[in-house]
Design a protein around this ligand. Structure first.
Ligand SMILES: C[S@@+](CC[C@H](N)C(=O)[O-])C[C@H]1O[C@@H](n2cnc3c(N)ncnc32)[C@H](O)[C@@H]1O
Length: 268
């Protein structure tokens, strides 16, 4: 099974992803640092060989390399933009590829991570089996996924605006895999799982970041990056969010959270 075209298209430009990351980093009720949460769950040796599946903007590997990690660091992503984003990063190599068919030998890595990416994989069981295959014995896998009902107010706004424009809303990636079902899937592949839960909320006191965050989600709701509807939908989101702030005396508050799941590959 290939990654779905629309899921890959969403990441041909990394701008919407960077906007979503920026929003979480700057407008969370309590500081939200997914990379730190993953590193804490892994407690990895500085010479560990690590594969980051769905490496996105590349910041996780860039930060590891910059902080003196000595082991081999490899990024893999289905989007050429993500591979390009890591080019020239010392100590890091990046490769185009599919989480369901990893282009690596068995027993290659001490650590494999899949942060906020399993939503886009049509066969999550196959991706987990692949992650396990490329891990060495005693190697550790870490995956991050959101709660199923993450930022429900922004989601409801985008669904409303998009459906009023007559767009058919597809199965939203976050509904395929989330904190409610991933732990059992990992346990079934690895034999055990540890779950670290983080609950939080977006708290935003002015319209612009809410508008940017909502617009950066349009692709998940069936509006392709090149769709001619984007200007009209962006205007509708802008108007609705500004109206809400005009009539409200409180910040925009939207619950969110995720789990970091880890599992060790015991001997085969
Ligand atoms: C939500 S972004 C997360 C990026 C990064 N891991 C982070 O947490 O910031 C999902 C990433 O997974 C990549 N992706 C989607 N489907 C994939 C697949 N089948 N195999 C590998 N990467 C994939 C996308 O191109 C994108 O870079």
């Amino acid at each position: 099974m290939q990654p779905s075209i629309s899921d890959v298209q969403e990441y041909l430009s990394l701008e919407p992803l960077a906007t979503r990351i920026h929003t979480h980093q700057h407008y969370s009720d309590v500081p939200d640092d997914v990379e730190a949460a993953v590193l804490q769950a892994l407690s990895m040796a500085p010479e560990a060989e690590l594969l980051d599946i769905g490496c996105g903007t590349g910041s996780f590997l860039r930060n590891l390399s910059g902080s003196g990690h000595r082991g081999r660091l490899v990024g893999l992503d289905a989007s050429p933009a993500a591979v390009d984003a890591l080019s020239g990063t010392p100590g890091v190599s990046a490769q185009l590829g599919d989480a369901m068919d990893l282009p690596f030998e068995a027993d290659s890595f001490d650590v494999v991570t899949a942060r906020h990416m399993l939503y886009h994989v049509p066969d999550v069981g196959q991706a987990l089996a692949e992650a396990r295959r490329v891990l060495k014995t005693d190697g550790v896998f870490a995956a991050v996924v959101n709660h199923p009902d993450v930022t429900p107010r922004v989601s409801a706004l985008v669904v409303d605006v998009v459906s009023q424009a007559g767009v058919e809303i597809p199965v939203v990636p976050n509904s395929r895999v989330h904190s409610g079902n991933l732990p059992a899937m990992i346990e079934s592949t690895f034999g055990s799982v540890e779950v670290h839960r983080y609950d939080n909320a977006l708290v935003i006191d002015r319209p612009e970041p809410v508008i940017a965050f909502a617009v950066a989600q349009l692709s998940f709701y069936g509006v392709e990056p090149e769709s001619g509807l984007r200007p009209e939908l962006t205007r509708a989101i802008d108007r609705r969010v500004r109206d809400w702030f005009t009539s409200s005396n409180e910040p925009w508050r939207d619950p969110k959270g995720y789990v970091v799941c880890t599992a060790r590959r015991s001997s085969r």
